[in-house]
Design a protein around this ligand. Structure first.
Ligand SMILES: Nc1ncnc2c1ncn2[C@@H]1O[C@H](COP(=O)(O)OP(=O)(O)O)[C@@H](O)[C@H]1O
Ligand SMILES: [Mg+2]
Length: 430
């Protein structure tokens, strides 16, 4: 049995950088846990503390229920694979994989058996006699994993092991890694900044931002019910539409969500309307994914939004339309991808945000994030506003073009609500 537990773990580097901020996390026996977050959010630091390569500043780490802060790395029954793995160039594949066994004095016969088993599981049984220079990138990565697995660790830590590989190979190895670790029943923590990788591989995903754990759950849970605006923005493709809305309550009738030129209505009988009604007269963020929007004819009654196609993106199996609906979108920082790279506010605003981030130490911003008075909706370092381009899924290569009007029906029970701090407005609904 192998479990990992972090109890309020904090890591402050000697220069004052708060890299990990009171993270608590339980990894179950045999579980494949993915630690997901943007570059610099503290993922590697978490893994290195579990491995014993770094000490937490505060908090406790338990393996199999036992505190291990006094246990040296080699006695923790942990194997770790990094993005920049190094193989011994002068050794064969078999010798590379068997090296840890040789170090710990396993005799050659049983060493060979174990190397053969691991290499077979990884699909590199045929190349055991080759040297690393005679292997493809994917094969080299498999050798690195084999070398980590051969000691039969209780816990397997992988730090962005696929990020140096091309995308086809990445997809292939993803499936292999998960099936191999599940077959061996080894408890795994896998670090990535790639949300698609996390959603496809994980039993559960832990999402971090600036050292803080934002959300934890199965891929379905965190996708369907993101705990924060950040998680909502980070997961999924296309990204969730995040619209600023003014809330108006008409008691006993409905809660109106005004997006500027258009309004959606939550019926008073809707179990979510009471929670949202608390924000009467205030602005909130309403999230809606492309899959909750269906193109309809303009005269369709009910919850609809009317827009004009600003541009189309063809992805082969589908086309995405981006609609101008006269609303304001919230763009969250640090989610990666084009959404975060193209703030409509322009270069100056972007520079402003970057400067602000540079001049503010990490520890200060993390403190603000955990309890300070800072409002997400008013902090240019966290997000910005821009004219909303509502993403809508269409059939491949539709007959419409940019400039065309388009009406979409909104699946009201698929809306997400966030307050101005970026926390989910909990509406007791799933
Ligand atoms: N040895 C170190 N000394 C000082 N700061 C560090 C050190 N290692 C990492 N950091 C800082 O700690 C934060 C988290 O880093 P890291 O855990 O590597 O993030 P990630 O793996 O999510 O990209 C970053 O701000 C990084 O610059
Ligand atoms: Mg890292």
């Amino acid at each position: 049995m192998s479990t990992v537990a972090l109890k309020d773990v904090t890591k402050i580097w000697p220069d004052g950088t708060l890299a990990v901020d009171r993270v608590s996390l339980d990894v179950r026996d045999g579980e494949f846990m993915v630690l997901l977050g943007p570059s610099g959010c503290g993922k590697s630091t978490v893994l290195r503390m579990i491995a014993g390569l770094e000490d937490p500043t505060e908090g406790d780490i338990l393996l199999n229920g036992e505190p291990v802060l006094d246990v040296p790395p080699r006695d923790r029954s942990i194997a770790m694979v990094f993005q920049d793995f190094a193989l011994y160039p002068h050794m064969t594949v078999a010798d590379n994989i068997g090296f840890p066994l040789k170090l710990s004095g396993v005799e050659p016969g049983s060493r060979q058996d174990r190397v053969g088993t691991v290499a077979g599981a990884l699909g590199i049984g045929e190349v055991l006699g080759r040297r690393p220079s005679q292997l493809s990138g994917g094969q080299r990565q498999r050798v690195a994993m084999g070398r980590a697995m051969v000691r039969r660790p209780g816990i397997f830590l992988m730090d962005e092991p696929l990020s140096n590989l091309d995308s086809g190979l990445r997809a292939e190895l993803r499936a292999e890694i998960t099936s191999m670790t599940r077959e061996l029943g080894v408890t795994t923590m896998y670090v990535t900044h790639d949300q698609a990788e996390a959603l496809t591989m994980a039993d559960r995903v832990a999402i971090m931002r600036r050292g803080v754990l934002q959300d934890l759950g199965t891929p379905t849970e965190v996708y369907r019910r993101p705990a924060t605006l950040y998680v909502a923005a980070f997961l999924g493709s296309p990204r969730m539409n995040l619209l600023e809305a003014q809330v108006y309550v008409h008691l006993d009738r409905y809660v109106a969500l005004n997006f500027g030129e258009q309004t959606l209505y939550l019926a008073w009988a809707d179990p979510r309307s009471r929670a949202v009604a608390r924000y009467h007269g205030e602005r909130i963020v309403v999230g809606v994914r492309a899959e909750a929007l269906t193109p309809v004819t303009p005269d369709t009654p009910g919850a609809v939004l009317h827009g004009r196609i600003r541009y189309l993106e063809h992805h082969g199996h589908e086309s995405l339309a981006y609609l101008d609906i006269g609303a304001t979108a919230i763009v969250v920082d640090e989610v990666g991808g084009p959404a975060a790279e193209q703030p409509a506010g322009g270069t100056l605003k972007r520079l402003g945000g970057a400067l602000q981030r540079l001049t503010r130490s990490n520890s200060v911003s993390a403190q603000e994030e955990r309890g300070g008075p800072v409002s997400l909706l008013n902090d240019p370092g966290r997000h910005h506003r821009k004219a909303a381009e509502l993403s809508v899924r269409l059939a491949p290569y539709p007959a419409v073009t940019s400039g065309h009007p388009l009406t979409v029906a909104v699946q009201m029970d698929a809306l997400h609500f966030f307050d101005e701090r970026g926390d989910r407005i909990d509406v007791g609904w799933r």
